[in-house]
Ligand binder design. Structure first.
Ligand SMILES: Cc1cc2nc3c(=O)[nH]c(=O)nc-3n(C[C@H](O)[C@H](O)[C@H](O)COP(=O)(O)OP(=O)(O)OC[C@H]3O[C@@H](n4cnc5c(N)ncnc54)[C@H](O)[C@@H]3O)c2cc1C
Length: 401
């Protein structure tokens, strides 16, 4: 039987292992060096993110379908709350773009609605109508608990026969005659595998570097705050929100508001310099970075001026120069695959990523577009650290116009 190792127990690796096993592709072993979800996954805001371009609808719909299936099968709850989301427009040009998006999404069966400023306030009572030109409402948006999603993949994956090894660090990959042959553990044990899928998030380059593969990704700071509001003015959970012009997103969080920022010129981090082990860990608060975004968010939601900040979550995330993940054959030894560089939507994209890699490894036409994620799409440029550093700094905001 084909033996497959998946390295990394974040939401990506767990979905990949689940998809490989549910497709019957072989004997699947997942290795996580610490505990499941301890890298970037645990501190995700958990928003199921429909980016305002219309090209990720099918992937998002697949995640929602899979969550519902796994919840029924396992009896566990992912924390999914379908709150809807308002996409806020400040000017006519943004409204025009949302209008186009509305047509596309309706074509995909999502019952989006275009809202006047007054209507938008009726959806979200903290909004300031005078700062708005209008909004697009997507009723199928919402958020989940990333740890809940991890549990779903784990429980269902185990029931299918995925072997999950926690506290099992992989130090090296081995190959022979142009083909992957296995992995070497931190204890020096050599394990044989026919395929290895590297899903190690920020740390994927460390694993494949010795195979002369330089994935075009790097780590950036990415952050949100959670605020206590002086009073709760809503009776029912308001929709989450996103403003492309202000580079902000947010939602209700335990009676308060989570406010996140898609930073331009993000701080690029040196992954090798992160404290070891970087497990359930965060970076320092960075108030200077968020101030301008907060000020423009407060024009849209004046009540934010009276809020107190309960926590500041600054976590590292793996970004790529074009804001799209790297999924597919690693372009090194045969049998080596990469699913990495999730660009701040790895929770949302986890289901589609698992499906795509399972399709590629099964040798069938992928259900979702896969060429846009090809690992070698940046060519030799990915070997230029200067270029990579500069190009990823704007990736956290690259989806926005
Ligand atoms: C502040 C913030 C907010 C976010 N909000 C959202 C959101 O609202 N919606 C959304 O969709 N996404 C969001 N994201 C992005 C999302 O959290 C990530 O894209 C996703 O968690 C990445 O998952 P991963 O499995 O690829 O990486 P990770 O979760 O980092 O998993 C990689 C794993 O590999 C393990 N590992 C590394 N090296 C080895 C080794 N040698 N051997 C064995 N194991 C190893 C690590 O310990 C780690 O557990 C957010 C990210 C941040 C930082």
């Amino acid at each position: 039987m084909r033996r497959i190792a998946v390295i990394g127990g974040g939401v990506t690796g767990l979905s990949v292992a689940w998809h490989l096993k549910s497709r019957g592709l072989g004997d699947v072993h997942l290795f996580e060096r610490d505990r499941l979800g301890c890298g970037t996954t645990w501190h995700s805001a958990g928003d199921v993110t429909w980016y305002p371009g219309g090209d990720n609808d099918e992937q998002v719909l697949y995640l929602l379908e899979l969550i519902s299936r796994l919840e029924k099968q396992t009896g566990l709850f992912s924390g999914w709350r379908e709150t809807g989301r308002v996409y806020l427009a400040r000017d006519a040009a943004a409204m025009e773009r949302y209008s186009k998006l509305h047509t596309i999404m309706q074509g995909r069966g999502v019952d989006t609605r275009l809202l006047s400023p007054k209507e938008a306030v009726s959806y979200h009572p903290l909004l300031n109508a005078s700062a708005l030109r209008g909004a697009l409402y997507n009723p199928r948006s919402g958020n989940l608990n990333p740890t809940g999603l991890v549990e779903l993949y784990v429980r269902s994956g185990r029931s299918l026969g995925v072997n999950i090894h926690e506290r099992s660090e992989i130090r090296e990959l081995s190959s022979a005659s142009g083909r992957i042959s296995g992995v070497v553990t931190a204890e020096g044990e050599r394990l044989q595998f026919d395929d290895v899928v590297v899903c190690a998030g920020l740390w994927s380059p460390d694993l494949v570097g010795a195979q002369d593969i330089i994935p075009a990704q790097g780590g950036c700071e990415h952050f949100y705050i959670i605020m206590e509001m002086p009073e709760r003015v809503w009776t029912k959970t308001p929709p989450s929100f996103l403003s492309t012009a202000d580079l902000i997103y947010g939602r209700e969080e335990v009676g308060g508001i989570l406010l996140g920022f898609f930073d331009t010129h993000a701080n690029v981090i040196d992954v090798g310099a992160l404290p070891e082990p970087f497990s359930f860990a965060l970076l320092n608060e960075n108030w200077d970075k968020i101030t301008p975004y907060f000020e423009s968010a407060a024009e849209l939601f004046p009540a934010f001026n009276d809020a107190s900040v309960r926590s500041f979550i600054n976590g590292p995330e793996a970004f790529t120069p074009d804001g799209k993940p790297l999924i597919g054959a690693a372009q090194g030894p045969e049998g080596l695959w990469l699913c990495t560089g999730m660009n701040s939507y790895g929770v949302t994209n986890s289901a589609a990523t698992g499906h795509i890699i399972a399709d590629l490894m099964a040798g069938v036409a992928p259900r979702f577009p896969a060429d846009i994620y090809r690992v070698d799409r940046f060519g030799e440029k990915s070997r230029d650290p200067q270029w990579l550093r500069q190009s990823i700094a704007d990736s956290p905001s690259s989806y926005f116009f």
